[in-house]
Design a protein around this ligand. Sequence first.
Ligand code: HAM
Length: 363
Amino acid sequence: MFKRVPGTKDILPDEISRWQALEASARDAFALYNYKELRPPLIEEASLFDRSLGASTEIVQKQMFLIHNKDDLYALRPEGTASIVRSYIENNLDKSGKISKLFYLGPMFRLERPQKGRLRQFHHIGCEVIGSSSPGVDIEVISLAESILKAGGIKGYTLKINSLGCPQDKKKLMALLRDALAGKKDSLCEDCRIRYGQNVLRILDCKQEGCRTIVGELGTGAVLCGECAEHFTRVKAGLEALNIPYTYTPVLVRGLDYYTRTVFEFCHGALGAQDAIGAGGRYDNLVAELGGPAAGAAGFAFGVERLLIAAPPEASNSGNKLVFVISLGERAKEEGYNLLAQLRKAGIAADTDYEDKSLKGAM
Ligand code: HAM
């Protein structure tokens, strides 16, 4: 008996209509906001993710599905942003002169320890806007994310936001954190002791009780320069104008290195420890870092499996009407097949019983 790989799922026919309904409502929301779909491949050069997500991030260090092929090293994509930016640069999408508003749906792969809401193959519904640093774009992507939640009938979520500032601000924050934590290093968890040297920002969102207490006592506040502070003020004002409730969360730092300025996370109580149903933010330097033009960008991704945990159970399926043709006896069978063909040709869903059952059995 073969079994599926741990952390993967068969999406069975009984469940698929919930997936399709969610995907369809997300596609409608993307169309309303004038986003176009881009479908990059599922495999990329592994170095794309080292360069974009950051060599010291957990995903790159521990969670990549790697494929060795002679001298090349490929990876199953752990997320969509890096692929979309690679594609944007490689296909010269910047030459259109417009900002690119792109969306994607599909599987992502991370070699994690499986648990509720944490899989090795999971699915993203996400988008990226490339070519603008305007706070209006941050507001638009957050508002679009909220529209997708609303269209999916998902209630009871919360939105956390923060600003990490520009790369200089991030560096300042990291230096401050290192100073503040220097005397407390021994009380941090094992992972955070490593993070202290490699990726100190991640200590802020460690889930271990001891680390949370230490972080809580730090009184962290972002150290934003004038321009970044102004940008963040405008993002918050825009959300308020649209009546999108949020909680300013100074410890929200996200696990990927490419973020600058706005970062956000949608959380839901139905999920337990892994409570983020979706997340995103701005990444103004990534396009240039991957060899493209200087282009501000922002986006988000929802985890579809987590959205479906948070979503209400399926509405009744009464929309799916089907004509079932039952022919009695050998001579009627041919006529039954004819009828079946005519119904399908006329656009009416139809099926039959091929097993020569009795009328009662077929019914
Ligand atoms: P992320 O936070 O790594 O961000 O993933 C986004 C969402 O995917 C999470 O909030 C969660 O719902 C879901 N997710 C992540 N890992 C798993 C897993 N192992 N199993 C199930 N669901 C999972 C990104 O990937 C960024 N690319 C988002 C983004 C787009 N930022 C800017 N543009």
